[in-house]
Design a protein around this ligand. Sequence first.
Ligand code: PEP
Ligand code: MN
Length: 566
Amino acid sequence: MDLLPKVAIQGEEGSFSQEACIKYWGESVIIIPKMSSDDVIEAVEGGETDQGLLPIENSLIGSISTTYDLLLESQLQIVGEVITPISHCLLAIKKFPVKEIKKIYSHPVALSQCSTFLESLKDCEIIPIYDTAGSALKISKDKEPKSAAIASKIAAKIYNLEILAERLEDYPNNQTRFIIIAKKEDKAHDKASKTSIVFTTLHQPGALYKVLKVFNDYGINLTKLESRPHKAETWRSYFYLDFDGHRRDTNVKEALDELKEQTNFLKILGSYPVWMGAKKAAYEHQAVDEDKSHHPLFSIERKGKGTIISLSSKTRGEIKIGGGDFTIIAGPCSVEGRKQLFKTANLIKESGVKILRGGAFKPRTSPYSFQGLEEEGLKLLKEAKETYSLYIISEVVSPADVELVARYVDILQVGARNMQNFTLLKEIGQSKKPVLLKRGMSATIKEFLLSAEYILSQGNEQIILCERGIRTFEPTTRNTLDLSAVPILKQKTHLPVFVDPSHGTGNRDLILPMSKAALVAGADGVIVEVHFQPDSAMSDGIQSLDSSMYRSFIKEVSWLVDRLKE
Ligand code: PEP
Ligand code: MN
Protein backbone atom coordinates (compact mmCIF):
# COMPACT_ATOMS: atom_id res chain seq x y z
CA MET A 1 0.00 0.00 0.00
CA ASP A 2 1.23 3.50 -0.83
CA LEU A 3 1.74 5.72 2.17
CA LEU A 4 1.37 8.92 0.20
CA PRO A 5 -2.11 10.01 -0.91
CA LYS A 6 -2.87 9.27 -4.56
CA VAL A 7 -4.78 12.07 -6.20
CA ALA A 8 -6.34 12.21 -9.66
CA ILE A 9 -6.27 15.59 -11.37
CA GLN A 10 -7.56 16.85 -14.66
CA GLY A 11 -4.63 17.85 -16.81
CA GLU A 12 -1.08 16.99 -17.65
CA GLU A 13 1.96 17.60 -15.51
CA GLY A 14 2.45 21.35 -15.08
CA SER A 15 -1.25 22.15 -14.85
CA PHE A 16 -2.75 24.53 -12.33
CA SER A 17 -4.42 21.51 -10.74
CA GLN A 18 -0.94 20.15 -10.01
CA GLU A 19 -0.02 23.49 -8.41
CA ALA A 20 -3.17 23.29 -6.30
CA CYS A 21 -2.32 19.71 -5.21
CA ILE A 22 1.11 20.78 -4.06
CA LYS A 23 -0.38 23.72 -2.20
CA TYR A 24 -2.80 21.36 -0.42
CA TRP A 25 -0.63 18.30 0.29
CA GLY A 26 2.88 19.69 -0.14
CA GLU A 27 5.29 17.53 -2.15
CA SER A 28 4.07 14.37 -0.36
CA VAL A 29 1.44 13.37 -2.89
CA ILE A 30 1.25 11.07 -5.89
CA ILE A 31 -0.47 12.90 -8.74
CA ILE A 32 -2.27 10.89 -11.41
CA PRO A 33 -3.05 13.09 -14.44
CA LYS A 34 -6.34 12.41 -16.25
CA MET A 35 -7.70 13.75 -19.53
CA SER A 36 -11.09 14.92 -18.27
CA SER A 37 -13.02 15.70 -15.10
CA ASP A 38 -15.13 12.57 -15.75
CA ASP A 39 -11.95 10.51 -15.68
CA VAL A 40 -11.04 12.06 -12.32
CA ILE A 41 -14.40 11.05 -10.85
CA GLU A 42 -14.02 7.54 -12.30
CA ALA A 43 -10.53 7.15 -10.86
CA VAL A 44 -11.80 7.93 -7.35
CA GLU A 45 -15.02 5.93 -7.66
CA GLY A 46 -13.14 2.93 -9.05
CA GLY A 47 -10.52 3.09 -6.28
CA GLU A 48 -7.58 3.84 -8.58
CA THR A 49 -6.86 6.94 -6.47
CA ASP A 50 -7.81 7.92 -2.90
CA GLN A 51 -8.94 11.37 -3.85
CA GLY A 52 -9.52 13.69 -6.78
CA LEU A 53 -9.05 17.42 -7.25
CA LEU A 54 -11.27 19.50 -9.53
CA PRO A 55 -11.60 23.25 -10.18
CA ILE A 56 -14.96 24.57 -9.02
CA GLU A 57 -14.82 28.33 -9.44
CA ASN A 58 -12.58 31.07 -10.71
CA SER A 59 -12.52 34.64 -9.49
CA LEU A 60 -12.75 35.99 -13.05
CA ILE A 61 -15.08 33.67 -14.89
CA GLY A 62 -17.16 32.26 -12.04
CA SER A 63 -18.31 28.68 -11.59
CA ILE A 64 -16.91 25.72 -13.51
CA SER A 65 -20.22 24.20 -14.50
CA THR A 66 -18.91 20.76 -15.48
CA THR A 67 -17.70 20.18 -11.94
CA TYR A 68 -21.08 21.17 -10.51
CA ASP A 69 -22.87 18.81 -12.88
CA LEU A 70 -20.52 15.93 -12.06
CA LEU A 71 -21.02 16.44 -8.31
CA LEU A 72 -24.73 15.98 -8.73
CA GLU A 73 -24.39 12.59 -10.41
CA SER A 74 -21.54 11.19 -8.35
CA GLN A 75 -21.71 9.70 -4.86
CA LEU A 76 -18.35 11.20 -3.95
CA GLN A 77 -18.06 13.65 -1.07
CA ILE A 78 -16.26 17.00 -1.00
CA VAL A 79 -13.62 16.64 1.72
CA GLY A 80 -11.57 19.81 1.23
CA GLU A 81 -10.92 22.93 -0.76
CA VAL A 82 -7.84 24.86 -1.85
CA ILE A 83 -7.49 28.26 -3.49
CA THR A 84 -4.53 29.12 -5.66
CA PRO A 85 -3.55 32.19 -7.71
CA ILE A 86 -3.54 31.65 -11.47
CA SER A 87 -1.17 33.51 -13.76
CA HIS A 88 -0.94 32.71 -17.45
CA CYS A 89 2.11 32.83 -19.72
CA LEU A 90 2.44 32.59 -23.48
CA LEU A 91 4.79 29.69 -24.29
CA ALA A 92 6.48 28.72 -27.56
CA ILE A 93 9.42 26.60 -28.71
CA LYS A 94 11.44 29.67 -29.68
CA LYS A 95 11.21 33.39 -28.91
CA PHE A 96 9.48 35.48 -31.60
CA PRO A 97 7.43 38.74 -31.56
CA VAL A 98 3.95 38.15 -30.14
CA LYS A 99 2.30 39.99 -33.06
CA GLU A 100 3.53 37.27 -35.47
CA ILE A 101 1.65 34.53 -33.66
CA LYS A 102 -0.67 32.38 -35.80
CA LYS A 103 -2.20 29.81 -33.40
CA ILE A 104 -2.81 29.71 -29.67
CA TYR A 105 -3.84 26.56 -27.81
CA SER A 106 -5.16 26.35 -24.28
CA HIS A 107 -7.94 25.23 -21.99
CA PRO A 108 -11.18 27.17 -22.66
CA VAL A 109 -11.23 28.52 -19.09
CA ALA A 110 -7.70 29.87 -19.46
CA LEU A 111 -8.61 31.41 -22.84
CA SER A 112 -11.59 33.22 -21.38
CA GLN A 113 -9.43 34.59 -18.56
CA CYS A 114 -7.10 36.16 -21.15
CA SER A 115 -9.78 37.65 -23.42
CA THR A 116 -8.34 41.18 -23.56
CA PHE A 117 -4.95 39.86 -24.66
CA LEU A 118 -6.47 37.50 -27.24
CA GLU A 119 -8.67 40.25 -28.72
CA SER A 120 -5.55 42.35 -29.29
CA LEU A 121 -4.08 39.74 -31.69
CA LYS A 122 -4.71 39.85 -35.43
CA ASP A 123 -5.01 36.78 -37.70
CA CYS A 124 -4.49 34.38 -34.86
CA GLU A 125 -6.50 31.18 -34.52
CA ILE A 126 -7.58 30.39 -30.96
CA ILE A 127 -7.85 26.65 -30.40
CA PRO A 128 -9.42 25.34 -27.17
CA ILE A 129 -8.00 22.01 -26.00
CA TYR A 130 -8.37 19.82 -22.89
CA ASP A 131 -5.73 21.39 -20.65
CA THR A 132 -3.32 24.31 -20.22
CA ALA A 133 -0.35 22.04 -19.54
CA GLY A 134 -1.61 19.80 -22.37
CA SER A 135 -1.31 22.77 -24.71
CA ALA A 136 2.29 23.27 -23.56
CA LEU A 137 2.98 19.58 -24.15
CA LYS A 138 1.48 19.85 -27.64
CA ILE A 139 3.65 22.83 -28.56
CA SER A 140 6.79 21.07 -27.33
CA LYS A 141 5.93 17.87 -29.26
CA ASP A 142 4.62 19.30 -32.55
CA LYS A 143 7.22 22.07 -32.71
CA GLU A 144 4.83 24.15 -34.85
CA PRO A 145 6.48 27.50 -35.59
CA LYS A 146 4.53 30.68 -34.72
CA SER A 147 2.22 28.67 -32.44
CA ALA A 148 1.95 29.14 -28.71
CA ALA A 149 0.28 27.74 -25.62
CA ILE A 150 -1.25 29.60 -22.70
CA ALA A 151 -0.12 27.83 -19.57
CA SER A 152 1.72 28.23 -16.28
CA LYS A 153 5.36 29.15 -15.69
CA ILE A 154 5.89 25.63 -14.30
CA ALA A 155 4.66 24.20 -17.60
CA ALA A 156 7.31 26.28 -19.43
CA LYS A 157 9.97 24.66 -17.27
CA ILE A 158 8.62 21.12 -17.53
CA TYR A 159 8.22 21.24 -21.33
CA ASN A 160 11.32 23.33 -21.96
CA LEU A 161 9.51 26.21 -23.63
CA GLU A 162 10.30 29.92 -23.99
CA ILE A 163 8.09 32.49 -22.26
CA LEU A 164 6.97 35.08 -24.86
CA ALA A 165 4.73 37.04 -22.47
CA GLU A 166 3.55 36.84 -18.86
CA ARG A 167 0.49 37.84 -16.81
CA LEU A 168 -1.93 37.53 -19.72
CA GLU A 169 -5.01 37.37 -17.48
CA ASP A 170 -7.56 40.21 -17.63
CA TYR A 171 -7.22 40.98 -13.91
CA PRO A 172 -4.15 40.43 -11.76
CA ASN A 173 -6.03 38.87 -8.84
CA ASN A 174 -7.01 35.73 -10.72
CA GLN A 175 -7.64 32.81 -8.36
CA THR A 176 -9.19 29.38 -8.71
CA ARG A 177 -10.88 27.38 -5.99
CA PHE A 178 -10.46 23.63 -6.25
CA ILE A 179 -12.37 20.96 -4.34
CA ILE A 180 -11.00 17.67 -3.10
CA ILE A 181 -13.33 14.71 -3.52
CA ALA A 182 -13.22 11.25 -1.93
CA LYS A 183 -15.44 8.23 -1.37
CA LYS A 184 -15.88 8.81 2.33
CA GLU A 185 -16.64 12.02 4.13
CA ASP A 186 -13.84 13.64 6.11
CA LYS A 187 -14.36 12.63 9.75
CA ALA A 188 -12.13 15.39 11.14
CA HIS A 189 -14.48 18.08 12.37
CA ASP A 190 -12.55 21.29 11.93
CA LYS A 191 -13.88 24.30 13.80
CA ALA A 192 -13.92 26.44 10.66
CA SER A 193 -15.93 24.17 8.36
CA LYS A 194 -18.01 24.71 5.32
CA THR A 195 -20.81 22.55 3.89
CA SER A 196 -21.95 22.24 0.27
CA ILE A 197 -25.41 21.04 -0.70
CA VAL A 198 -27.52 20.79 -3.85
CA PHE A 199 -31.33 20.91 -3.91
CA THR A 200 -34.39 21.55 -6.03
CA THR A 201 -37.21 23.65 -4.66
CA LEU A 202 -40.91 22.81 -4.34
CA HIS A 203 -42.93 24.12 -7.26
CA GLN A 204 -44.68 26.93 -5.42
CA PRO A 205 -44.39 30.68 -4.83
CA GLY A 206 -41.66 31.75 -2.41
CA ALA A 207 -40.02 28.29 -2.52
CA LEU A 208 -36.42 29.53 -2.69
CA TYR A 209 -37.18 32.20 -0.10
CA LYS A 210 -38.42 29.52 2.31
CA VAL A 211 -35.20 27.53 1.87
CA LEU A 212 -33.02 30.57 2.49
CA LYS A 213 -35.13 31.58 5.48
CA VAL A 214 -34.18 28.30 7.22
CA PHE A 215 -30.53 29.39 7.14
CA ASN A 216 -31.46 32.79 8.48
CA ASP A 217 -33.50 31.20 11.29
CA TYR A 218 -30.55 29.05 12.37
CA GLY A 219 -28.03 31.90 12.09
CA ILE A 220 -26.06 30.14 9.34
CA ASN A 221 -23.92 32.26 7.03
CA LEU A 222 -24.25 31.46 3.31
CA THR A 223 -21.08 31.80 1.25
CA LYS A 224 -22.27 30.84 -2.24
CA LEU A 225 -25.46 30.23 -4.20
CA GLU A 226 -25.34 28.88 -7.73
CA SER A 227 -27.98 27.47 -10.03
CA ARG A 228 -27.63 24.95 -12.87
CA PRO A 229 -30.30 23.81 -15.30
CA HIS A 230 -32.20 20.60 -14.57
CA LYS A 231 -31.24 18.34 -17.48
CA ALA A 232 -34.56 16.47 -17.59
CA GLU A 233 -37.04 19.19 -16.68
CA THR A 234 -36.69 22.25 -18.86
CA TRP A 235 -36.58 25.56 -16.98
CA ARG A 236 -36.18 23.90 -13.58
CA SER A 237 -32.98 24.47 -11.66
CA TYR A 238 -30.67 22.74 -9.27
CA PHE A 239 -29.43 25.12 -6.58
CA TYR A 240 -25.96 24.65 -5.17
CA LEU A 241 -25.34 26.27 -1.82
CA ASP A 242 -22.24 26.63 0.36
CA PHE A 243 -22.53 27.73 3.96
CA ASP A 244 -20.39 28.04 7.10
CA GLY A 245 -20.62 25.11 9.51
CA HIS A 246 -20.34 21.31 9.56
CA ARG A 247 -23.14 18.85 8.96
CA ARG A 248 -22.55 17.52 12.49
CA ASP A 249 -23.01 20.97 14.12
CA THR A 250 -26.36 20.99 15.96
CA ASN A 251 -27.74 24.06 14.21
CA VAL A 252 -26.68 22.76 10.78
CA LYS A 253 -28.26 19.34 11.51
CA GLU A 254 -31.53 20.95 12.52
CA ALA A 255 -31.50 23.33 9.56
CA LEU A 256 -30.89 20.42 7.16
CA ASP A 257 -33.78 18.48 8.71
CA GLU A 258 -36.07 21.44 8.20
CA LEU A 259 -34.76 21.88 4.68
CA LYS A 260 -36.03 18.41 3.73
CA GLU A 261 -39.56 19.79 4.20
CA GLN A 262 -38.87 22.72 1.91
CA THR A 263 -37.22 20.86 -1.00
CA ASN A 264 -38.03 18.18 -3.55
CA PHE A 265 -34.51 16.89 -3.63
CA LEU A 266 -31.63 17.52 -1.22
CA LYS A 267 -28.12 16.14 -1.34
CA ILE A 268 -25.24 16.96 0.98
CA LEU A 269 -22.09 17.21 -1.11
CA GLY A 270 -19.79 17.36 1.90
CA SER A 271 -18.59 19.20 5.01
CA TYR A 272 -14.96 20.17 4.92
CA PRO A 273 -12.40 22.58 6.39
CA VAL A 274 -12.40 26.13 5.02
CA TRP A 275 -9.18 26.86 3.16
CA MET A 276 -6.92 28.91 5.46
CA GLY A 277 -5.75 31.28 2.72
CA ALA A 278 -9.37 32.10 2.03
CA LYS A 279 -9.88 32.89 5.70
CA LYS A 280 -7.20 35.52 5.47
CA ALA A 281 -8.96 37.11 2.52
CA ALA A 282 -12.21 37.02 4.47
CA TYR A 283 -10.63 39.14 7.19
CA GLU A 284 -9.83 41.79 4.62
CA HIS A 285 -13.52 41.94 3.85
CA GLN A 286 -14.21 42.58 7.54
CA ALA A 287 -15.68 39.15 8.20
CA VAL A 288 -16.30 38.44 11.86
CA ASP A 289 -15.53 35.01 13.16
CA GLU A 290 -14.77 33.42 16.46
CA ASP A 291 -11.61 31.85 15.10
CA LYS A 292 -8.68 33.91 16.37
CA SER A 293 -6.85 33.87 13.06
CA HIS A 294 -9.62 36.08 11.68
CA HIS A 295 -8.76 38.89 14.05
CA PRO A 296 -6.14 41.39 12.92
CA LEU A 297 -2.69 41.01 14.38
CA PHE A 298 -3.00 44.25 16.38
CA SER A 299 -6.17 43.13 18.13
CA ILE A 300 -6.37 42.25 21.79
CA GLU A 301 -8.63 39.31 20.89
CA ARG A 302 -5.88 37.86 18.75
CA LYS A 303 -3.15 37.99 21.37
CA GLY A 304 -5.16 37.92 24.59
CA LYS A 305 -2.55 39.87 26.59
CA GLY A 306 -0.66 43.14 26.36
CA THR A 307 2.64 43.36 24.50
CA ILE A 308 5.62 44.32 26.61
CA ILE A 309 8.65 45.75 24.86
CA SER A 310 11.79 45.28 26.81
CA LEU A 311 15.10 47.02 26.31
CA SER A 312 18.01 45.60 28.19
CA SER A 313 21.73 46.03 28.48
CA LYS A 314 24.25 45.35 31.24
CA THR A 315 25.15 48.99 31.77
CA ARG A 316 21.73 50.54 31.24
CA GLY A 317 19.63 47.96 33.04
CA GLU A 318 16.27 46.71 31.81
CA ILE A 319 13.18 48.74 30.96
CA LYS A 320 9.80 47.39 30.11
CA ILE A 321 7.45 49.43 27.95
CA GLY A 322 3.83 48.37 28.50
CA GLY A 323 2.77 45.94 31.20
CA GLY A 324 1.86 48.56 33.81
CA ASP A 325 4.90 50.84 34.00
CA PHE A 326 4.69 54.50 32.93
CA THR A 327 7.69 55.27 30.73
CA ILE A 328 8.96 58.74 29.92
CA ILE A 329 10.95 59.46 26.79
CA ALA A 330 12.49 62.94 26.67
CA GLY A 331 14.91 64.96 24.61
CA PRO A 332 15.23 67.67 22.00
CA CYS A 333 13.12 67.84 18.87
CA SER A 334 16.29 67.77 16.73
CA VAL A 335 19.87 66.84 17.35
CA GLU A 336 21.59 70.19 16.72
CA GLY A 337 25.13 69.52 17.90
CA ARG A 338 27.23 67.98 20.66
CA LYS A 339 26.81 70.74 23.23
CA GLN A 340 23.02 70.97 22.83
CA LEU A 341 22.53 67.21 22.86
CA PHE A 342 24.88 66.42 25.72
CA LYS A 343 23.54 69.16 28.00
CA THR A 344 20.00 67.93 27.45
CA ALA A 345 21.06 64.27 27.80
CA ASN A 346 22.72 65.12 31.11
CA LEU A 347 19.51 66.70 32.37
CA ILE A 348 17.55 63.63 31.31
CA LYS A 349 19.99 61.24 32.94
CA GLU A 350 19.88 63.18 36.22
CA SER A 351 16.08 63.00 36.25
CA GLY A 352 16.14 59.20 36.14
CA VAL A 353 14.57 59.00 32.67
CA LYS A 354 16.20 56.27 30.59
CA ILE A 355 15.28 57.01 26.97
CA LEU A 356 16.62 60.01 25.07
CA ARG A 357 14.83 61.26 21.95
CA GLY A 358 16.38 63.40 19.21
CA GLY A 359 15.61 63.78 15.52
CA ALA A 360 18.49 63.30 13.07
CA PHE A 361 16.30 63.02 9.95
CA LYS A 362 13.67 65.72 10.29
CA PRO A 363 10.45 65.61 8.24
CA ARG A 364 9.92 69.37 8.02
CA THR A 365 6.88 71.02 6.49
CA SER A 366 9.05 73.50 4.61
CA PRO A 367 12.04 72.38 2.54
CA TYR A 368 13.89 75.49 3.75
CA SER A 369 13.63 74.56 7.45
CA PHE A 370 16.48 72.73 9.20
CA GLN A 371 16.41 69.14 7.87
CA GLY A 372 18.49 67.50 10.60
CA LEU A 373 22.11 66.40 10.85
CA GLU A 374 21.30 62.96 9.38
CA GLU A 375 24.00 60.35 10.05
CA GLU A 376 26.09 62.92 11.92
CA GLY A 377 23.13 63.35 14.27
CA LEU A 378 22.86 59.59 14.75
CA LYS A 379 26.55 59.43 15.66
CA LEU A 380 26.04 62.14 18.27
CA LEU A 381 23.04 60.30 19.68
CA LYS A 382 25.13 57.15 19.98
CA GLU A 383 27.85 59.09 21.79
CA ALA A 384 25.31 60.55 24.19
CA LYS A 385 23.92 57.06 24.72
CA GLU A 386 27.34 55.75 25.75
CA THR A 387 28.30 58.80 27.80
CA TYR A 388 25.07 58.99 29.80
CA SER A 389 24.11 55.34 29.69
CA LEU A 390 20.75 55.96 28.05
CA TYR A 391 18.64 54.24 25.40
CA ILE A 392 17.95 56.32 22.28
CA ILE A 393 15.09 56.80 19.83
CA SER A 394 15.19 58.65 16.51
CA GLU A 395 12.95 59.05 13.49
CA VAL A 396 13.43 57.33 10.16
CA VAL A 397 11.77 59.01 7.19
CA SER A 398 12.71 56.82 4.26
CA PRO A 399 12.66 53.06 3.61
CA ALA A 400 16.23 53.30 2.30
CA ASP A 401 17.45 54.61 5.69
CA VAL A 402 15.84 51.99 7.95
CA GLU A 403 18.92 49.83 8.05
CA LEU A 404 21.17 52.84 8.76
CA VAL A 405 19.02 54.30 11.55
CA ALA A 406 18.42 50.85 13.07
CA ARG A 407 22.19 50.40 13.37
CA TYR A 408 22.38 53.37 15.78
CA VAL A 409 19.15 53.52 17.75
CA ASP A 410 17.28 51.34 20.23
CA ILE A 411 13.83 52.42 19.03
CA LEU A 412 12.90 53.61 15.54
CA GLN A 413 10.33 56.38 15.26
CA VAL A 414 7.81 56.77 12.45
CA GLY A 415 6.51 60.33 12.37
CA ALA A 416 2.95 61.51 11.86
CA ARG A 417 3.71 62.54 8.27
CA ASN A 418 4.83 59.02 7.47
CA MET A 419 2.16 56.98 9.21
CA GLN A 420 0.82 55.85 5.85
CA ASN A 421 4.16 55.52 4.10
CA PHE A 422 3.45 51.85 3.54
CA THR A 423 6.81 51.07 1.95
CA LEU A 424 8.50 52.49 5.06
CA LEU A 425 6.17 50.51 7.34
CA LYS A 426 6.91 47.27 5.50
CA GLU A 427 10.64 47.88 5.69
CA ILE A 428 10.40 48.58 9.43
CA GLY A 429 8.31 45.43 9.79
CA GLN A 430 11.30 43.47 8.55
CA SER A 431 13.60 45.06 11.10
CA LYS A 432 14.03 43.59 14.56
CA LYS A 433 13.99 47.00 16.26
CA PRO A 434 11.12 48.28 18.41
CA VAL A 435 9.26 51.13 16.77
CA LEU A 436 7.24 54.09 18.02
CA LEU A 437 4.52 54.74 15.46
CA LYS A 438 2.91 58.17 15.59
CA ARG A 439 -0.70 58.74 14.60
CA GLY A 440 -1.00 60.72 11.37
CA MET A 441 -2.41 64.19 11.84
CA SER A 442 -5.50 63.36 9.80
CA ALA A 443 -5.67 59.63 10.47
CA THR A 444 -8.60 57.86 12.06
CA ILE A 445 -7.96 55.35 14.83
CA LYS A 446 -8.78 52.55 12.41
CA GLU A 447 -6.22 53.82 9.89
CA PHE A 448 -3.69 54.17 12.72
CA LEU A 449 -4.22 50.54 13.72
CA LEU A 450 -4.00 49.34 10.12
CA SER A 451 -0.64 51.09 9.81
CA ALA A 452 0.50 49.10 12.85
CA GLU A 453 -0.88 46.02 11.08
CA TYR A 454 1.49 46.70 8.18
CA ILE A 455 4.45 46.44 10.55
CA LEU A 456 3.01 43.44 12.41
CA SER A 457 2.25 41.59 9.20
CA GLN A 458 5.95 41.68 8.33
CA GLY A 459 6.85 40.03 11.62
CA ASN A 460 7.76 42.94 13.90
CA GLU A 461 5.52 42.98 16.95
CA GLN A 462 7.45 45.52 19.00
CA ILE A 463 5.30 48.56 18.27
CA ILE A 464 4.45 51.49 20.53
CA LEU A 465 1.47 53.49 19.28
CA CYS A 466 1.74 57.22 19.92
CA GLU A 467 -1.16 59.68 19.93
CA ARG A 468 0.29 63.08 18.95
CA GLY A 469 -2.75 65.19 18.18
CA ILE A 470 -4.87 65.57 15.07
CA ARG A 471 -5.80 68.53 12.88
CA THR A 472 -9.09 70.16 13.76
CA PHE A 473 -10.60 73.63 13.26
CA GLU A 474 -9.14 74.74 16.62
CA PRO A 475 -6.16 77.06 16.09
CA THR A 476 -5.34 77.74 19.77
CA THR A 477 -3.23 74.60 20.02
CA ARG A 478 -0.91 73.29 17.29
CA ASN A 479 -3.03 70.11 17.10
CA THR A 480 -5.96 68.80 19.09
CA LEU A 481 -4.61 66.12 21.40
CA ASP A 482 -7.11 63.28 21.14
CA LEU A 483 -6.76 61.72 24.57
CA SER A 484 -9.88 59.62 24.06
CA ALA A 485 -7.72 57.65 21.61
CA VAL A 486 -5.82 56.23 24.61
CA PRO A 487 -8.64 54.21 26.23
CA ILE A 488 -10.05 53.38 22.79
CA LEU A 489 -6.72 51.96 21.64
CA LYS A 490 -6.32 50.15 24.95
CA GLN A 491 -9.64 48.38 24.32
CA LYS A 492 -8.71 47.43 20.78
CA THR A 493 -5.06 46.49 20.81
CA HIS A 494 -2.42 44.67 22.81
CA LEU A 495 0.21 47.24 21.77
CA PRO A 496 1.50 49.82 24.30
CA VAL A 497 0.06 53.33 23.87
CA PHE A 498 2.02 56.56 24.34
CA VAL A 499 1.06 60.22 24.16
CA ASP A 500 3.13 63.09 22.76
CA PRO A 501 1.81 66.24 24.43
CA SER A 502 4.57 68.38 22.87
CA HIS A 503 3.42 67.97 19.26
CA GLY A 504 -0.12 67.37 20.47
CA THR A 505 -0.43 70.90 21.86
CA GLY A 506 2.56 72.87 20.54
CA ASN A 507 2.66 74.65 23.87
CA ARG A 508 5.14 73.87 26.67
CA ASP A 509 2.67 75.01 29.35
CA LEU A 510 0.29 72.23 28.37
CA ILE A 511 2.80 69.38 28.52
CA LEU A 512 2.41 68.68 32.23
CA PRO A 513 -1.41 68.75 32.44
CA MET A 514 -1.76 66.68 29.27
CA SER A 515 0.83 64.16 30.48
CA LYS A 516 -1.05 63.75 33.75
CA ALA A 517 -4.28 63.30 31.81
CA ALA A 518 -2.60 60.73 29.54
CA LEU A 519 -1.41 58.79 32.58
CA VAL A 520 -4.87 58.78 34.13
CA ALA A 521 -6.43 57.80 30.77
CA GLY A 522 -4.29 54.66 30.82
CA ALA A 523 -1.31 55.53 28.62
CA ASP A 524 1.87 53.47 28.98
CA GLY A 525 4.08 56.52 28.66
CA VAL A 526 4.75 59.93 27.17
CA ILE A 527 7.34 61.35 24.81
CA VAL A 528 8.19 64.99 25.49
CA GLU A 529 10.49 67.58 23.95
CA VAL A 530 13.11 69.15 26.20
CA HIS A 531 15.85 71.65 25.33
CA PHE A 532 18.43 73.19 27.64
CA GLN A 533 17.81 76.50 25.83
CA PRO A 534 14.44 76.30 24.03
CA ASP A 535 14.58 79.86 22.72
CA SER A 536 17.60 79.00 20.59
CA ALA A 537 16.24 75.61 19.38
CA MET A 538 16.41 74.96 15.65
CA SER A 539 12.98 73.30 15.74
CA ASP A 540 9.97 73.25 18.04
CA GLY A 541 11.51 75.43 20.78
CA ILE A 542 8.10 76.84 21.65
CA GLN A 543 6.83 73.44 22.71
CA SER A 544 10.01 72.30 24.47
CA LEU A 545 10.36 72.27 28.23
CA ASP A 546 13.37 74.13 29.58
CA SER A 547 15.55 72.64 32.33
CA SER A 548 13.55 73.88 35.29
CA MET A 549 10.16 73.10 33.76
CA TYR A 550 11.46 69.65 32.92
CA ARG A 551 12.58 69.01 36.51
CA SER A 552 9.22 69.97 37.95
CA PHE A 553 7.47 68.00 35.19
CA ILE A 554 9.33 64.85 36.27
CA LYS A 555 8.58 65.52 39.93
CA GLU A 556 4.87 66.00 39.38
CA VAL A 557 4.38 63.12 37.01
CA SER A 558 6.33 60.76 39.31
CA TRP A 559 4.18 61.91 42.22
CA LEU A 560 1.01 61.05 40.27
CA VAL A 561 2.42 57.70 39.15
CA ASP A 562 3.04 56.82 42.81
CA ARG A 563 -0.45 57.97 43.87
CA LEU A 564 -2.04 55.80 41.20
CA LYS A 565 -0.13 52.78 42.46
CA GLU A 566 -1.49 53.19 45.99
C1 PEP B 1 8.90 64.38 16.25
O1 PEP B 1 8.54 63.71 17.22
O2 PEP B 1 10.03 64.84 16.12
C2 PEP B 1 7.94 64.71 15.19
C3 PEP B 1 8.32 65.22 14.04
O3 PEP B 1 6.68 64.45 15.53
P1 PEP B 1 5.39 64.19 14.61
O4 PEP B 1 5.78 63.17 13.61
O5 PEP B 1 4.36 63.69 15.60
O6 PEP B 1 5.01 65.51 14.01
MN1 MN C 1 9.39 68.27 17.18
